[in-house]
Ligand binder design. Structure first.
Ligand SMILES: C[S@@+](CC[C@H](N)C(=O)[O-])C[C@H]1O[C@@H](n2cnc3c(N)ncnc32)[C@H](O)[C@@H]1O
Length: 261
């Protein structure tokens, strides 16, 4: 189990909240840890710590910093990821982000008007993500428009490979789009790879079973499946997409679901 510590063990409320969080996400409550990475709950937020300080505390913040900058200046529906999803064709799609990670892409989708179901199977990512969603909703300094975006994001814990048409019957609707961005084993340790992605890769490992995700996604999506890949990576599951949109470092492979006649 992954360790979770309170930042201050003499604060009884914080200790109580840390214990509850550990129970919720099957994390190991402890007061100190010898592991290289651990989660830490502070009065402000949940964060991921590198004991050897390979990086500063990692936490998700939907209300400021890079995510907020991208929301304001990222190019709206003209950005490549929006074209890949098909915002020009489907005005307010229901998107299943089956590999939610730190929620960056999901937040972009929701800020463009989509309803997004975020699915994540790693308790570490899930705990960080849910903490960020809760903070953004409860923070009195959060702008109303950010709260509206967050309200379009619904989190589900679990392995997306297990989803079937049957298990999603109680969802508001069948997702128009299923978006996949699994960890890729050969991502280079370059400055371009964000520190949180490197940390996640170390903690979560490579998603070597991601080929199975494509099979599931193709069964569940109503209109299309979008797969984000490093630019030179082979096609997921060696399956040829309908078409591809390329960026400098990565590409979006788009699989169009044939319309029922
Ligand atoms: C590269 S990260 C995704 C980053 C994300 N697109 C973002 O913008 O922050 C991949 C994530 O997918 C999750 N994942 C991989 N396979 C999964 C599966 N079958 N079900 C649920 N989550 C999965 C991993 O745990 C990891 O957190």
């Amino acid at each position: 189990m992954f360790p979770l510590l309170p930042s201050n063990t003499s604060d009884p409320l914080l200790v109580q909240k840390t214990r509850a969080l550990a129970e919720q996400w099957c994390l190991q409550y402890c007061t100190e840890s010898s592991e290289a990475f651990y989660l830490q709950l502070t009065p402000e937020r949940l964060q991921l710590i590198s004991k050897e300080q390979l990086f500063g505390p990692i936490f998700i913040d939907f209300t400021s910093g890079a995510i907020e900058h991208r929301r304001k200046f990222g190019g709206g529906k003209g950005q490549t990821i929006a074209k890949a999803i098909g915002f020009h064709k489907i005005s307010s799609p229901l998107i299943l982000d089956a590999t939610a990670g730190m929620g960056n892409d999901a937040f972009v989708f929701a800020s463009l008007g989509a309803q997004v179901i975020l699915m994540e199977r790693s308790p570490v990512s899930a705990a960080l993500l849910c903490n960020a969603l809760e903070r953004a909703l409860s923070d009195e300094n959060s702008h109303e428009d950010i709260k509206e975006i967050i309200q379009r994001m619904t989190f589900k814990f679990g392995d997306a490979r297990r989803l079937t048409r049957e298990t999603i019957k109680d969802w508001p609707a069948q997702p128009d789009v299923v978006y996949l961005d699994p960890m890729f084993p050969h991502r280079k340790k370059s400055a371009q790879v964000k520190k949180e992605m490197l940390a996640l890769q170390k903690i979560i490992g490579d998603d070597t079973d991601s080929h199975q995700l494509l099979e599931t996604a193709l069964q569940i999506a109503k209109k299309r499946v979008v797969v984000k890949r490093p630019i030179k990576a082979p096609n997921l599951n060696q399956q040829q997409p309908t078409y591809t949109l390329k960026m400098k470092k990565h590409r979006f492979d788009i699989y169009i679901i044939p319309a029922l006649t």
